[in-house]
Design a protein around this ligand. Structure first.
Ligand SMILES: [Zn+2]
Length: 381
């Protein structure tokens, strides 16, 4: 247990907030693995400031299990922490620190058990997959998964260790985040006929999005503990214009569409783009340089798999008979999209994630450890 606690403290001590480079923590993990004779592969981002890392322990054969975690954490700015978020403090059976729940403990347990994996004489491998920029919208993992798919022998299952209190999650919604940039023409507010109001067209597009949000409520998924059990669309941010007496030249607003994994998200997104196109043409009739641009970031949902290998494996390892859905997005859908059987199962609670005084209970650390130890036994049989 002490080695595991030490590894959690070590990983938390790296300030790997998503806005910063994660290379220090990657260096540490790479060196640690190399010290145990394990070679790792890095997959960098475009400017080389961040990297994913994956590695295999055991023989290079089919039937491996991928343990997936992200190395980045959410910021601590303007949060009221009782202790230094990057210095783990143990109190009342809990370990406090940024990333203890989401989700450095899972990675730390896995790393601390590497010596046991080596001793166990694995018949099938355990692969580690550690990503960057998960908290920015799962930006890092896809390039790593692409490489894993081509370089690793066929994989049996992927376990994403996001905090589920060691329950098995086989479903979450997809995330589709749009930012709409509308450019019109400024003029004195008393002369609207000489300008083209970006705010007005933002409002027209938002009304359409509001209609879509209402329609989405009609398709509810029954029999699943998902709250709410329909796809949602929210507009969280609007910034437009600079003064009350000026026709707004620029307006930006965001929308966040969370789709049920079975929903045809392309259809909804096409509808948004079509509406934007129509409105852009309407603007251009009065001002030819007017424009509406949309930046889109998408993370696929996780679909329940019929007879899923990952789900069966986790049922066996945990002894649990039930599965659940989680409300948040993860990298699990990205693994699944590339053909890997995937579920989410990890220690700690999402209730503590992203908050000040984030913690994981020692009980959860123990459960997570027992889980990985069972996996080691399983892969050694
Ligand atoms: Zn996470």
């Amino acid at each position: 247990m002490q080695q595991i606690k030490d590894m959690i403290s070590k990983l938390v001590s790296f300030d790997s907030v998503s806005s910063k480079s994660n290379l220090a923590i990657i260096d540490y993990i790479e060196t640690y693995l190399a010290d145990h004779g394990i070679e790792s592969q890095r997959v960098y981002n475009d400017d080389g400031s961040k990297a994913n890392l994956y590695a295999s322990i055991g023989p290079k054969v089919a039937g491996g299990v991928v343990l997936s975690g992200h190395t980045d954490v959410v910021p601590v700015d303007n949060q009221d922490w009782s202790t230094d978020p990057f210095d783990v403090v143990e109190k009342d059976g809990k370990l406090y620190g940024r990333g203890t729940a989401d989700m450095k403990s899972f990675s730390a347990i896995t790393l601390a058990l590497v010596p046991q994996m080596l001793k166990a004489d694995l018949k099938r491998p355990i692969h580690l997959a550690l990503s960057y920029d998960e908290e920015l919208g799962c930006l890092g993992a896809p390039s790593m998964i692409d490489e894993m798919v081509t370089t690793l022998p066929p994989v049996h299952a992927v376990i994403v260790g996001e905090p589920t209190l060691m329950q098995i999650a086989n479903m979450h919604k997809g995330v589709n985040s749009g930012r709409v940039y509308i450019r019109g023409l400024e003029a004195h507010s008393s002369q609207p006929h000489l300008g083209c109001s970006a705010n007005l067209y933002a409002a027209k597009l938002m009304v359409e999005l509001g209609k879509i949000a209402d329609e989405l409520k009609e398709n509810r998924l029954q029999g699943v503990d998902l709250e709410p059990n329909y796809s949602t669309l929210n507009m969280g941010l609007v910034q437009g214009g600079i003064a009350a007496n000026i026709i707004a030249r620029d307006c930006m607003f965001s929308w966040d569409y969370r789709n049920l994994p079975e929903d045809d998200r392309a259809k909804v997104i096409d509808r948004i783009y079509d509406c934007a196109k129509e409105l852009e043409e309407e603007m251009q009739a009065s001002y030819s340089d007017a424009s509406i641009r949309i930046d889109l970031l998408q993370v696929p949902g996780l679909k329940p798999e019929a007879e899923g290998k990952a789900e069966q494996l986790c049922r066996e390892l945990t002894g649990l008979n039930c599965v659940m859905a989680v409300p948040y997005g993860t990298e699990a859908g990205q693994f699944q999209e590339r053909g890997y059987s995937t579920v989410i199962c990890g220690p700690g609670s999402i209730d503590q994630a992203h908050k000040p005084d984030e913690f994981i209970t020692l009980d959860q650390v123990q459960k997570g450890t027992a889980f990985i130890q069972k996996l080691i036994q399983k892969q050694a049989q």
